[in-house]
Design a protein around this ligand. Structure first.
Ligand code: 16C
Length: 254
């Protein structure tokens, strides 16, 4: 049966506000495209070589064990389903710098290094120290984008990518510099209400989070793996609870 056409307020298609002349323009587009391509092969990947390390029903965390010269590089992937918020809202708060420290429990501090455009900025995150390893930091661009729909019936999707870069105002002098390629992809599913008036009860957001992190030098694999197993689900619970609290009594941001 064909679904009733929903009365979702229309919003302009958002392309990136980063100028094509910007030195980061090609890299940002390429990294975003790679994530979308990866997402399309996701089910296959999850079946093949991803190991489920946390299964809480609505929240699952997977990893692939990978080491290079003794440095653990385990790619992580998490899928999480939350009710009452849109993908645009979830991506907005994952990207927004001004509220990052309200949900980030693994950071000592964070600062903006440079704004590249309305949807892209570079920041420096100093990560809390994990005994017995040296303290780490990261320098990365954060970019948020609305995804073009492949068809009218498909879910509305948004993506945020945090990708390591170098910057003259952020030299890796004080801490061990980690590098990463992190993506948060959200799809909004709307259960059509009979009266056509969409409320938060009708909305579900499917989150796919992937993190490829290189700890940037020696780190004891067993400690790191234990920290990841504990911290990734904790981050997703804490972050989605934060978004729920932020959006609860606000108009829905489609
Ligand atoms: O994606 C997340 N946050 C973003 C915005 O800040 C951003 C950050 C990503 C970095 C995530 C990886 C950090 C790995 C650090 C490796 C440290 C090596 C130490 C050696 C240990 C033996 O994209 C959410 C990120 C959720 C992070 C979960 C795992 C982080 C472990 C960090 C360790 C700090 C633990 C502090 C315990 C209170």
């Amino acid at each position: 049966e064909k679904k009733k056409k929903l009365d979702v307020p229309s919003k302009p298609e958002l392309a990136t506000s980063l100028s094509p002349d910007h030195p980061f323009y090609n890299e940002v587009n390429e990294v975003v495209s790679n994530h979308l391509r990866r997402l399309l092969t996701e089910d296959q990947e999850l079946k093949d070589d991803w190991q489920c390390i946390v299964d809480q029903g609505d929240l699952k965390v997977f990893k692939r064990e990978l080491e290079e010269n003794g440095v653990p590089l385990d790619p992580m992937k998490a899928v999480c389903t939350v009710k009452g918020m849109t993908g645009h809202e979830v991506c907005h708060y994952f990207w927004a710098f001004d509220t990052r420290m309200e949900w980030e429990a693994t950071l000592e501090s964070s600062r903006v290094v440079e704004w590249l455009s309305d949807d892209t900025f570079i920041s420096n995150n100093i990560i809390k120290r994990v005994w017995p390893a040296s303290q780490r930091d990261a320098c990365f661009w954060s970019h948020m984008r609305h995804m073009n729909k492949s068809n009218d019936e498909g879910p509305d999707s948004w993506i945020v990518v945090n990708y390591s870069c170098e910057h003259d105002d952020c030299p890796p002098t004080k801490y061990v510099r980690i590098t990463m390629n992190v993506a948060l992809i959200c799809e909004t599913i709307i259960e059509p209400p009979s009266n056509g008036n969409i409320t938060r009860d009708d909305i579900t957001c499917k989150i796919t989070y992937t993190a490829d992190v290189n700890p940037g030098g020696w780190a004891p694999a067993s400690v790191l793996r234990a920290v990841y197993k504990r911290e990734y689900p904790k981050f997703l619970r804490r972050f989605t609870t934060f978004v729920e609290e932020k959006t609860r009594n606000k108009d829905i941001m489609f």
